[in-house]
Design a protein around this ligand. Structure first.
Ligand code: SF4
Length: 361
């Protein structure tokens, strides 16, 4: 078991971490309830005959109530009600997620395939997890580790330089795993001292419904982390609201041209910015900005400015310099090398000029 001692423990007391992620810190310390636990204990009146449009309307109304309920629970010796066999807010999300799967629009690509009838779209994901590996990850941001990371196969975009391409592009097929089994893995990771369950891929988006099912079956309190490329649909963003405690979001490109040519991700900037705003409204955010060679002016600078202007100077940002050419990166001339020292210094100066005050160190 990992023991939270020394620098690992003290990072939760770091003023910058507490300022940006106060609720996440409270959940990790066992002082506050994870959002999925609150959602599981809120009664919602609906049935399976209700139209999808009406279900979404109910979902939006309950989301407002949820925020009030969370505020009340955060201020009290929280005692959650026993809702017996009634439908919960999490059950409502499950029903909506199931319907989205029948004409899949979990991500911006909106393939409209019926994944519950065996069809597969661009990401090639099916109706159960394909788990690549799961373990207490020590290489994530310091406030996350040890992080109970579950890697799954499949991704909604194709970055030429993908460092996890063996998983994202199905070079390996993973182990087919049902949500009930993943729930036991989550509980085991918690018992090993992990601070959170880190839902990652590839990308976790194709498994959004499976994650909802998993956490319904999890019987321990644990912070939920959504570790994504930010290319998910508005519907998925709504399903994640009041389910995810900490959004660990990539902000990959400052414009659609770069997103389309490097990652085959049309409409990335609109989806990414919308999802960052929604995540910030309903949870707490750590943003990863991987600096790409030759992309400081078109991407790094505009991204950092957008973050400061829209999410504020104290947004926690991990400006990452570890780029190395992987997979098909050499198909584009500028991606075939590591960063120069000038590019690293230039990106740091851009962050300072943008006014960002909370970079992950
Ligand atoms: S999650 Fe997969 S199947 Fe669904 S819309 Fe996205 S790429 Fe298509």
């Amino acid at each position: 078991m990992w023991r939270l001692v020394g620098s690992r423990q003290s990072i939760l007391e770091d003023p910058k971490v507490k300022k940006s992620l106060p609720r996440y810190v409270g959940v990790v310390k066992g002082e506050l309830r994870p959002k999925f636990v609150i959602a599981k204990n809120m009664v919602v009146d609906f049935d399976s005959d209700t139209s999808t449009e009406d279900l979404w309307n109910i979902h939006r109304l309950v989301l407002d109530e949820y925020n009030e309920k969370e505020r009340r629970l955060d201020g009290l010796e929280a005692k959650l009600p026993d809702i017996g066999g009634a439908n919960s807010f999490l059950d409502l999300k499950l029903e909506l997620g199931r319907r989205v799967m029948t004409s899949c629009h979990l991500c911006t690509r909106r393939c409209s395939v019926d994944r519950l009838s065996g069809e597969r779209g661009y990401c090639r994901c099916g109706d159960e997890f394909s788990v690549s590996s799961c373990f207490p990850h020590l290489g994530e941001e310091p406030e996350l580790v040890p992080s109970g990371t579950i890697f799954t196969c499949g991704c909604t975009i194709r970055c030429l330089h993908c460092q996890n391409w063996g998983i994202s592009q199905w070079r390996e097929s993973g182990t087919p795993t049902k949500p009930g089994r993943v729930a036991r893995i989550v509980e085991s990771l918690k018992s090993q001292g992990c601070r959170n369950v880190n839902m990652v891929g590839g990308d976790p988006t194709p498994n959004c419904w499976l994650w909802l099912r998993t956490m319904k079956d999890v019987s321990v309190d644990i912070a939920t982390v959504w570790n994504s490329n930010s290319y998910y649909s508005q519907e998925t963003a709504e399903l994640l609201a009041s389910f995810i405690d900490l959004y660990l979001l990539d902000f990959k490109y400052g414009n659609d041209g770069c997103a389309e040519t490097i990652s085959d991700a049309p409409g990335y900037f609109e989806a990414c910015t919308r999802n960052h705003l929604t995540a910030d409204r309903h949870g707490e955010v750590v943003i990863r900005v991987l600096v790409l060679p030759g992309h400081n002016e078109c991407c790094t600078g505009p991204i950092l400015e957008w973050i400061e202007e829209n999410l504020g100077p104290w947004t926690r940002v991990n400006l990452m310099f570890q780029y190395r050419p992987e997979w098909r990166a050499r198909e584009r001339q500028e991606l075939g090398r590591r960063l120069t020292r000038e590019e690293i210094v230039g990106a740091l100066e851009m962050a300072e000029r943008a006014g960002l005050k909370n970079l992950v160190r």
